[in-house]
Design a protein around this ligand. Structure first.
Ligand SMILES: O=CCCC(=O)O
Length: 481
């Protein structure tokens, strides 16, 4: 299809309740961040729709958990194939509603699809254990059981992949699931609902609830004891609120929250490789990623060389609508995000940071910000503490390894850190000292469906992907024999 108006016409108009499309009472507008204009109207779920979805999820839970793992895996595998059969539609949809370039969106179709494929394979590997009690008076049998109905709240920056990385393991584990996509980007998830319907997912197992009022859905669901788990990707502030609300019913929670990733270039690094890595770590997804390099620390002996080469590459990035030929960097998601990025850059510059390229928003429609490199960024600049979520790189010099590690760890966040070195001893030593859930060594991207993604400190808890990802949706049962 991949023609804009045909694609928008093909978006399911109703609500996916338990895998069936039902008419919605009302709709809300979704905007194109490249123009600021309305893109489409989408079904607007109410609190009552949320409870209907939970009624269906709770009713389907026992049968779905009892469905052979091989069957659950095959449905996921079919969904993976159907997603790829419509890859261009999904890519264009993400570009239209989120703004990222088509190349980025195509990358996300691959990345997001991998969670369906990976967990289609993990479904049949849910294990347990059997052992002798040490006292010799019995046996210990340990089994894994589906947690139960799950609420998944997903962000706007990866409209597909942040959904599949929750739906994949939940379905593989035997959990029913209700997905609330971000208000800015619900259309991709509406398309994914069709994929699961076509893949033969039984009734009741999956509901998708776009809404203009997130709390009206999540609040009542989390107060209902039939819901057993909440999984969230988004800001640390909202994550804390959800964890507090989850405490009442002691819901299982997985929280993939904000980041403030350091990217360290040591004096022994391959500088060209480090520049390429920094481009990826900073500019992937237009900088709108929790994994984005927020602070670039460069050994003073190589700082000028690195910054010159890096600045040249950033300045060459083409900014434009995501579906325009040759675009590297699309718009930010909305005016609020544009104001945040502008405010952080202005703050750093007013405190003495030097603008090497970019530095402001271009004239014209849409929520664009020119790719920016700031160097000599002072320690009190807000962008060294707060998540930028935009195409803005802040470069800071350092002299010693200890100084770089201390600066990297000087944040309440702990999602990911990157560093470049040619020294394997240093690679092992520094990896161990970084207070993050993930480390990229001579790598500008770490995301992989086969790896456990997640943070420590205020970046949250729980892991998505890898063999660990399915555990988030399984309870452990001990049977004494
Ligand atoms: O923005 C958060 C997720 C980023 C990723 O999965 O690579």
């Amino acid at each position: 299809m991949s023609n804009v108006s045909d694609l928008l016409d093909s978006v399911p108009k109703g609500l996916w309740l338990g895998g069936k499309l039902v008419p919605a009472e009302k709709t809300f507008a979704v905007y194109n961040p490249a123009t600021g204009e309305e893109l489409a109207q989408v079904a607007d779920a109410t609190a009552a729709d949320g409870i209907r979805a939970l009624d269906l999820a709770a009713a389907a839970q026992e049968d779905w958990a009892a469905t052979p793992a091989r069957v659950r895996g095959e449905i996921l595998r079919t969904a993976f194939e159907l997603l790829h059969a419509r890859a261009e539609d999904f890519a264009l949809m993400m570009t239209l509603e989120m703004g990222k370039s088509l190349a980025e969106s195509r990358g996300e179709v691959n990345y997001g699809g991998e969670f369906l494929r990976w967990f289609s394979e993990e479904a049949v590997r849910i294990g347990g254990r059997f052992t002798q009690a040490p006292a010799g008076n019995g046996r210990i049998l340990v089994t894994k059981e589906a947690v139960g109905p799950v609420l998944a709240i997903t962000p706007w920056n990866f409209p597909l992949a942040m959904g599949t990385r929750k739906i994949g393991p939940a379905l593989a584990a035997g959990c029913t699931i209700i997905v609330k996509p971000a208000e800015d980007t619900p259309l991709t998830m509406q398309l994914l609902g069709q994929v699961f319907a076509d893949a033969g997912l039984p009734d009741g197992v999956l509901s998708i609830l776009p809404t203009s009022d997130a709390a009206s859905i999540s609040g009542p669901l989390m107060e209902d004891s039939r819901l057993r788990k909440v999984t969230f990707t988004g800001s640390t502030g909202v994550g804390k609120l959800l964890v507090r609300n989850a405490a009442d019913k002691l819901l299982r929670t997985s929280m993939e929250l904000g980041g403030n990733a350091p990217f360290i270039v040591f004096d022994d690094a391959d500088i060209d490789a480090a520049v390429d890595g920094a481009m990826l770590a900073k500019m992937r997804n237009g900088g709108e990623a929790c994994t984005a390099a927020n602070r670039i620390y460069v050994a003073n002996s190589v700082r000028e060389e690195f910054t010159d080469k890096f600045t040249a590459k950033v300045a060459a990035l083409k900014v434009g609508a995501g579906d325009a030929e040759g675009t590297n960097i699309g718009p930010l998601i909305n005016t609020k995000q544009l104001a945040t990025v502008t405010g952080l850059v202005d703050d750093a510059v007013s405190k003495g940071a030097r603008v090497r390229t970019g530095g402001s928003a271009p004239e014209g429609p849409g929520f664009f910000f020119t790719p920016t490199v700031l160097d000599q960024v002072p320690a009190d600049a807000r962008l060294l503490k707060e998540e930028i979520f935009g195409p803005v790189a802040a470069v800071v010099g350092f002299d010693t390894e200890d100084e770089a590690i201390a600066a990297a760890n000087n944040t309440e966040y702990g999602l990911v850190a990157y560093f470049y070195t040619r020294d394997i001893d240093r690679a092992m030593r520094v990896s161990a000292k970084l207070d993050t859930g993930m480390v990229g060594v001579n790598r500008g991207a770490i995301s992989d469906a086969a790896a456990p993604f997640g943070g420590v400190k205020e970046s949250g808890f729980g892991r998505e992907g890898g063999t660990e990802g399915i555990d988030e949706y399984l309870d452990t049962k001990y049977v004494a024999l």
